[in-house]
Design a binder for this molecule. Structure first.
Ligand code: ATP
Ligand code: MG
Length: 425
């Protein structure tokens, strides 16, 4: 028997209510802030991700789904959403549009990770990117969007963690001090951190191994090493967050798993749970990425949120989401002549905007009505040989169990009355 590949899952009909709820709220937020949708391909040239995410990161080192296609092109299933957006920004000359260019996306994301609750090999993200402006007001806008999205979804008890990891001019000084601090403790480091110490010291702070966590707590803080410009930026951002009434916590261990970030980095997680798998959404500024990918120097900021993690938290917090409505009418028939009439009528009803279902295979009336009931359908139209001959049909209210015989050509009108105008519920 085949099963869905490890780390992937089917989103079953009964889960879809969560997904459409989240998708709609995300689109609403994007519209409220004036962001436009961009869809990029599921796969890109592998080089795009290696160049942007950074060679010494978990994603590039061990998590990418890369393959060679039949023309020997090296491709990668998208492991994150920002680099493709930047690629599209450059490719379509968006720097000549009014800046910042504000974009949002929905994307499935592929990472070869160890599957566990909240961590999959294929997951889905909603993300936004604002490109072409270095003003910290844009950072505040993006953080505000993330925060308002969760609030509109009905999630509560979340914390916003903030940090600044500096820029090309001040980060080297910080990394030197971080490296010196960790070098004294080489023996107590996990094997991954020993590598990080040599190749990507910033990522030392991101280690989730219990043995390394005490070291991260004692490590020097990037905010103590910021150049004047980065310090001013962080200061302005904090003022704006206060202005917008967004409570935040400075978390000096926050560095993010991708190399392209500069200055602002942030994460939103359930209160007191800044641990692996808890983060619902995260983002930051990436002022050098577009240039690094061959575009003009273009500062930018963005954030992405995992939809599966939102679903998990909606369930944990028992947030009720609107159910997806079942079809409005169930058409039951008895006998071959009635079947033809039922199919004809179903086409007419759908043209008039009614959502209709029927079951084929000539089952008993009892079986058909049972199906309507199980599906939660509130109105049934029942037609048999007699009704066909008399040009009538039975309209049954499934909730009340009441029914009446009506003229076949009055079915649309009668159903309209039954719902008072709206056709789907
Ligand atoms: P984590 O620290 O949990 O590994 P990350 O820093 O790798 O997350 P990002 O690359 O910032 O995550 O992705 C943005 C969001 O996507 C995360 O905050 C999380 O909600 C979600 N996410 C990331 N990886 C996964 C995954 N493997 N399965 C499900 N959701 C994920
Ligand atoms: Mg990760």
């Amino acid at each position: 028997m085949y099963k869905a590949p490890r780390g992937t899952s089917d989103i079953l009909p009964q889960e879809q209510g969560y997904w459409s709820y989240i998708t709609q709220k995300a689109i609403d937020i994007a519209c409220l802030y004036g962001y436009q949708r961009l869809d990029t391909p599921t796969f890109e040239n592998a080089g795009l991700f290696v160049r942007s995410i950074g060679e010494e990161t978990d994603i590039v080192e061990k998590e990418m789904y890369s393959f060679q296609d039949r023309s020997k092109d090296r491709l990668t299933l998208r492991p994150e959403g920002t680099a493709p957006v930047c690629r599209a920004y450059i490719e379509h000359g968006m720097h000549s549009l009014p800046q910042p260019v504000r974009l949002y996306y929905f994307a499935d994301i592929f990472r070869y990770e160890r599957p566990q609750a909240g961590r999959y090999r294929q997951h889905h993200q909603f993300g936004v990117e604002a490109l072409g402006d270095s003003d910290p007001a844009l950072d505040a806008e993006v953080i505000d969007m993330a925060w308002q999205l969760y609030a509109n979804l009905g999630l509560h008890n979340l914390s916003l963690y903030l940090n600044s990891i500096g820029c090309h001019s001040c980060r080297p000084g910080y990394l030197e001090s971080l490296t010196a601090n960790y070098s004294k403790r080489q023996d107590s480091l996990c094997p991954d951190c020993r590598r990080r110490l040599r190749l990507n010291p910033l990522r030392l702070l991101d280690c989730k191994k219990p043995s390394c966590i005490p070291l991260t707590e004692k490590a020097p803080k990037s905010i103590d090493y910021l150049c004047q410009e980065c310090a001013d930026n962080l200061e302005s951002l904090q003022e704006l967050l206060k202005l917008l009434n967004l409570p935040y916590l400075i978390e000096h261990r926050l560095v993010r798993g991708l190399d392209y970030y500069t200055r602002t980095v942030f994460e939103i997680a359930p209160e007191g749970e800044l641990v692996a798998q808890a983060t619902i959404g995260a983002g930051g500024r990436y002022d050098n990425l577009i240039e690094q990918l061959g575009g003009k120097p273009t500062p930018a900021v963005g954030f992405a949120t995992g939809i599966e993690r939102i679903v998990l938290n909606l369930k944990k917090q028992k947030v009720a989401v609107p159910a997806i409505s079942p079809p409005f009418v169930f058409l039951a028939y008895l006998g071959p002549k009635a079947k033809y009439e039922a199919i004809k009528l179903s086409a007419l009803l759908r043209k008039s905007g009614f959502s209709v279902t029927l079951t084929y295979g000539d089952r008993s009336l009892k079986a058909q009505l049972k199906q309507a009931n199980t599906a939660g359908i509130r109105h049934a139209l029942i037609i048999g040989e007699d009704e066909v001959n008399n040009r009538t049909i039975v309209l049954r209210n499934m909730d009340k169990g009441e029914q009446e015989t009506i003229q076949l050509d009055k079915a649309v009108e009668k159903l309209r009355q039954a719902i008072g105008g709206s056709t789907r519920h």
